[in-house]
Design a protein around this ligand. Sequence first.
Ligand code: NDP
Length: 484
Amino acid sequence: MKYQPKASHFIDGEYVEDTNGAPIDVIYPATGEVIARLHSATPEIVNKALNSAKQAQAEWAAMSGTERGRVLRRAADIMRDRNYELSVLETHDTGKPLQETLVADATSGADALEYFGGLTASLTGEHIPLGGGDFVYTIREALGVCVGIGAWNYPTQIACWKGAPALACGNTMVFKPSETTPLSALKVAEILIEAGAPKGVYNVVQGYGDVGALLVTDPRVAKVSLTGSVPTGRKVYAAAADGMKHVTMELGGKSPMIVFDDANIENAVSGAILGNFYSSGQVCSNGTRVFVQKGIKEAFLARLSERLATAKIGDPLDEDINFGPMVSENQMNIALSYVEKGKAEGARLVFGGARIAVDGFYMQPTVFADVTDNMTIAREEIFGPVMSVLDFDTEEEVLARANDTEFGLAAGVFTNDLTRAHRIVAGFEAGTCYINTYNLAPVEAPFGGSKMSGVGRENSKLAINHFSEMKTVYVSMNDVEAPY
Ligand code: NDP
């Protein structure tokens, strides 16, 4: 098969197979062709991976920050050198156009490895002077073995966004990719070894949700970082709580994007396109509820439709193509079923709405107008290329409606009124906000959600606090006084 890896899992520095695990067929979404067959991890494989991570951790944490950082930065360089090859693999795994994967996947993973590799040498505690000469110092310590569990939309990026800060802090990791996209995390593990990571520092096990559940409940695990849906997040958070484990939850959203009538319409349309159709709409932070002020609604819709008609849909390996298939037949059918719900509940279909009759899991970029707040398409995360356009009159009204959701991942506003832009973002109930742009996630900036969209932050210096803890050391310079 075209992309058959040496084996399903990567443990203790090498590929490991166990064909007793349930088969996982990897399907190229553009054609439906099976490109690799892997096997889900058996309990023995999970045990082996956790033992390896546990054993490797002390040695890895004992290395100087400079040494650990060098490994991560070397890995970043290797990823960049192999960007083309890794991007072709990512396109096969996910169906996302090569035009996207060349700039948003291994490159983003490399950014995380480079950024956290750069921080590693300066991770420290602090000195806190107290009265009478006593003082406290704090030691920043690794948590131990961390488990990373990934969604299928950005498999390379997720493997690195979790692995890089975890390893920077001296932890080791067992990463379980989504079974829909299991290939690229194996490459990340290979590259880390090539860059000089000791064996066992970064392991990959394949599997369905049951493998994830096994990892999350294991007493050897100190921390769980999940990227996935809210229902999975609830289960994983609860299971982790039982063992009092640290968690980071990067979950779903139904984010608002507000376009005021003074906005630059061309930029707002670009933002709406990026925030709804990049990666065929399979992005957690997408601004899928686009609130457009009434005065410019028809102009906005007309320009949006005009530009969507120029999307180049087709073979994702053709670098000219900018809109690819969805990740799986199942995900496409879910998105198509929401199109039916939108129509049935009275929304006006202004663009797309259908499956595209070629091999593979393609559907058209789809826009509904006249969507109201209670329609299913305005309330539930679709995770596909379906945009809802809602009308509004006033700032106060739109902010309340934008926040009227259980989710709080991202939110954006397009306006040329400076003070209004800042008032709106101050009022947004969301972890990641945008003014006059949408969906950018550079490694330097914290990324994550509030409300049901998650707990904790990825990227930026903040991620360090989620992968390390402080030990407090009180030092007395005086005699000990006791009451009796
Ligand atoms: P799922 O929640 O279905 O799965 C996420 C991961 O969790 C998968 O690897 C899955 O394995 C695993 N899993 C499932 N059940 C359990 C369990 N009980 N214990 C441990 N692990 C489990 O999400 P999808 O893969 O369908 O991804 C789409 C979702 O991810 C969307 O809601 C999206 O918004 C969100 N997402 C959030 C991002 C963020 O940063 N906030 C970024 C990207 C996506 P398996 O696949 O084998 O079931």
